[in-house]
Design a protein around this ligand. Structure first.
Ligand code: GDD
Ligand code: MG
Length: 346
């Protein structure tokens, strides 16, 4: 069993965070995001993992290397230009010789992949997709199953008219088990989409195509700033199980700083007396000065939060400077190296 992670998207909805950091390696609780996918693949015994890249591939390869540090073997395939999700799978064909788990590179889940693989084998499927129920399916691929879990319909980004006629809310969770025969449905060297081209073609040809609905597992597409922030809150509040969250290193933290139990503080941070940190994740080497307040926020490494600044419900990227008494409010997303002058309101 092998795995292919589709990690070539530009991450446009996550800008400005993805201007210098491609989406697959944005830090989630101070770890490059892809490592959470590597963890669940390894837990299912899958250690042969290919990363399909296109946007800023060198940064990803430099950070993750050959995978030995994480107990897996990582290989990299970089498209000359983005070939779409299905095109990326076809482009990686030289690395694919057996049943393959394909992952969208922005899905955070604690799903047990072994059960999906078992289901796929039991059905003798050519393709199996994991499904998840959501409140608003319009941003996703809507999937309809029959009573035997066979896929009857795949409708990517359904429009209001389509949605009104349907009573289902199960969507494509972005995790597939595919037999190599699926490669034959994708022409070489063209832009091709799983969602718009390959899945409809599998239906057309009446190949054995099944879906398995996740029930109690955690699932989130981290592709927007709101969901990125929510992923952190869900981690801090124990909604995501089975991952090792980096421990808080409080050696440089002033005893008079107020830090709640759930917040995570990275290595080599300086937190001065009277600073308050609630329900937040602070990256490595961050300085938080006297009486600054950080609530419900994510701060990337090497940012400085000056005295009296207040940050609530925000994401602040790497090496920013938040001036004294500045106020950063709910929903703000500041890119790398942003400087806010003293008393600014953002
Ligand atoms: N290598 C490569 N090349 N990867 C790509 C390309 C490409 O041309 N285009 C997209 N990807 C990667 C992205 O990096 C991302 O990890 C994944 O493919 C899915 O792309 P998104 O742009 O995030 O798609 P989406 O979130 O709108 O929709 C997809 O995910 C939903 C679940 O979150 C679809 O698969 C939906 O059907 C699904 O419900
Ligand atoms: Mg996505």
């Amino acid at each position: 069993m092998q795995a292919l992670i589709l990690a070539g998207g530009k991450g446009t909805r996550l800008r400005p965070l993805t201007v210098y950091t491609p989406k697959p390696i944005v830090p989630v609780v101070n770890r490059p995001f892809l490592l959470y996918q590597v963890d669940i693949l390894r837990a299912a015994g899958i250690t042969d993992i290919t990363l399909s890249l296109s946007y800023q591939p060198d940064k990803i390869e430099q950070l993750l290397g050959d995978g030995s540090e994480f107990g897996v073997t990582l290989r990299y395939v970089t498209e000359p230009s983005p070939m779409g999700t299905g095109g990326a799978y076809r482009f990686a064909a030289d690395n694919i010789s057996e049943t393959t788990i394909v992952f969208n590179g922005d899905i955070l889940t604690d799903f047990d992949l072994s059960s999906l693989i078992e289901f796929h084998r039991g059905k003798e499927a050519a393709a199996t997709i994991a499904l998840v129920p959501v409140e608003d399916p319009s941003r996703y691929g809507l999937v309809e199953l029959d009573k035997d879990s066979r896929v009857m319909r795949f409708l990517e980004k359904p429009e209001a008219g389509d949605l009104a006629k349907l009573t289902i809310n199960t969507i494509n969770a972005g995790i597939y088990v595919l037999e190599p025969q699926v490669l034959n449905l994708i022409p070489k060297d063209t832009n091709h989409s799983f969602e718009y081209d390959v899945f409809p073609e599998i239906l057309n040809r009446k190949l054995p195509f099944f879906g398995k609905v996740m029930s109690d597992e955690y699932w989130l597409d981290i592709g927007t700033p709101t969901s990125y922030l929510n992923a952190h809150h869900d981690f801090l509040n124990g909604k995501i199980k089975g991952f090792d969250i980096p421990k808080t290193d409080l050696s440089d933290v002033a005893t008079h700083a107020k830090i709640d139990k759930v917040s995570v503080i990275g290595e080599n941070c300086t937190i001065k007396p009277g600073a308050k940190i609630v329900n937040s994740v602070i990256g490595a080497g961050v300085h938080v000065e006297e009486k600054a307040v950080i609530e419900n926020s994510v701060i990337w490494s090497h940012t400085r939060v000056s005295s009296g600044a207040e940050i609530r419900g925000a994401v602040i990227a790497r090496s920013c400077h938040i001036g004294r008494n500045a106020i950063v409010s709910e929903g703000a997303v500041l890119g790398d190296k942003t400087t806010l002058t003293d008393y600014s309101k953002a």
